[in-house]
Design a protein around this ligand. Sequence first.
Ligand code: C5P
Length: 392
Amino acid sequence: MQGRRILLVVSGSVAAFKALALARLLRAEGATVRAVPTAAGLRFVTKESLAALTAQPVMDDLWAAESEIGHIRLARWAELVLVVPASAHRLAAMAAGLADDLAGCVLLATRAPVLAAPAMNPAMWEHPATQANLAALRGRGVRFLGPVEGAMAEPESGPGRLLEPEAMLPLIRAALADGPLAGRHVLVTSGPTHEPIDPVRYIANRSSGRQGHGIAAACAALGARVTLVSGPVQVPDPPGVRVVRVETARDMLAACEAALPADAAICAAAVADWRPAREAGQKMKKQPGAAAPTLEMALNPDILLTLSAHARRPRLVVGFAAETEQVVPHAQAKLARKGCDWVVANDVSGDVMGGAENAVHIVSAAGVEDWPRLPKEEVAARLAARVAAALA
Ligand code: C5P
């Protein structure tokens, strides 16, 4: 973040004291931080604290600022605007485009990316008015850091707690496109595919998308532009990632090819190998006395194989191997058969599919690396770092 210019809007929430910690972290990474507290924000932190921790004059008065730097110049100065904490009121003001204070003017005038970290009581967070404001802001490109579930200032708990400043850092780096994958395009596939039998039935598998989505998030956190082609999943979209939703393997292949060129492709999806050869146009009916139908299957396209042999092949192609036995030998065979650069092999005989942890082996021409059993997010972070090193 060396030399990057960050404007920090601090609005009125008891979590405002954490904006001071964030300012300190950003400065430690080399960023220049200017604080714009709102009037309510200054009920929780002082101008003096903000000035001391940003080592910059603090601007809070629209009229005073007019004579000094001006809200337009301030808005143009910023490469990134953070709203930390973002109170329910501030989100409403942003959604309505209110400009009755310096923070409101700057937020309207800036063309820099805006990241907001909400903090409020769970009931206020869940209120339809707040949720509608969030949806409106999201639609205009504002990205959200949290909130998370946890203890509140009052003795209660729930969604609305400010994300910890340390956890904001990778997302801020990503928004500044500042990281070892900055300028790279990474294509990630995730989740299962659904292969229709008839309009109401399909063949699927137990993939949750958790590992693939985690990899997409981790690559974005390192500054990559990420296209995530995902089958039907319940996990939320990772922040800062372009998500293309598909159902079938054939749709997934088409979406992947449409996303090329890419510097790297990471195929974490559990693509169905076969699909019903014919999709019945109408719901298949049970006939009294008739035997059960037989499903004739057709081979699906192999996305990993296709990308590995593609005229516009990404420089690095990574496949996954879910195995229940002979994990590494099978992964080595897969590496050769698919023509990819690495295979991330895991043993899915236990609770890996849909579970929170994964123990993987990275199989490449260079050999085999065994990683310990780790949370899937940690596997994702390590894999993203390895991709960054390989592309460097
Ligand atoms: O062939 P197999 O399913 O064992 O290989 C797994 C790897 O191949 C995974 O990376 C998966 O995403 C990819 N794959 C694919 N298209 C298929 C089948 C698997 O991209 N049709």
